[in-house]
Design a protein around this ligand. Structure first.
Ligand code: SF4
Length: 239
């Protein structure tokens, strides 16, 4: 028996047209934490303490139930997902459910150990939000010094492992003069990677174009917060 090869967009389209009428929850997202190591100007999270968050076991149960109901695309986001010490366990459980996974992060906590885990068990996509192109700008936008240096290192760790990384930025006033430079920062270092830009001040995020390949990385400008939120995973989902 041979299987027909179809594009990723066709795959998404077939599933959504088959799953829609029977109300299959094909795509989901879980905010696994409200904790974060940054304090961005635009962030709407009222309490970063992490009080009353779901436990590891509760999150695993919810993901298993979602998979049992037919969910295929899953987004893990926060807060900052890497503030959870149990993130590797949560992530690997999600992988075991067969999800096509997307992870949103600010990138500042990503180390070699985590990059190796992503390389061994790759997600469909990882998205970092950039809050500037220098430690000085990060101090203004996130309240902490030295964070751009950390993000730049995390980007390198991702690229060294050919992981499907996307960069995006929030279209806010302190970044008005840096959005273009962010795209240049990306294409100057990794010229083989595409760069897609939405107009600064746009009221919506740039729809994703996923190909699942290691070279599918890109930059976008986004005005949503806190992490350029959208339903990112299904290629047929509205942007
Ligand atoms: S916007 Fe994201 S990175 Fe910034 S403080 Fe909020 S959760 Fe953290």
């Amino acid at each position: 028996m041979s299987l027909e090869t179809i594009s990723y967009a066709q795959f998404g389209s077939v599933l959504t047209s088959a799953g829609g009428p029977i109300r299959l929850p094909l795509s989901g997202s879980i905010e696994i934490t409200f904790k974060c190591n940054l304090r961005c100007l635009h962030c709407y999270i009222p309490d970063f303490s992490g009080k009353n968050e779901m436990t590891t076991e509760e999150l695993k149960r919810v993901m298993s139930e979602a998979a049992d109901e037919g969910c295929l695309w899953m987004l893990l986001t926060g807060g900052e997902v890497l503030t959870r010490g149990d993130f590797p366990e949560i992530y690997l459980h999600a992988k075991k459910q067969g999800f096509l996974l997307t992870v949103f992060s600010n990138g500042t906590l990503l180390d070699e150990r985590m990059a190796d885990l992503f390389a061994e068990y790759p997600p469909l996509g990882i998205e970092f939000t950039l809050y500037g192109l220098s430690d000085e700008t990060y101090l203004k936008t996130t309240g902490f010094p030295g964070r751009f240096t950390r993000v730049r290192r995390a980007i390198e760790l991702m690229m060294e492992r050919h992981l499907p990384l996307s960069l995006k930025a929030v279209a806010m006033e302190p970044l008005a003069n840096e959005i273009e430079a962010m795209a240049e920062f990306w294409t100057a270092r990794w010229p083989r990677h595409r760069s897609a830009r939405a107009p600064i001040g746009s009221s919506r995020t740039t729809p994703p174009t996923r190909n699942g390949s290691p070279n599918g990385s890109r930059t976008t400008a986004s005005s949503c917060s806190p992490h350029g939120r959208r339903s990112p995973s299904c290629p047929a989902a509205p942007g």
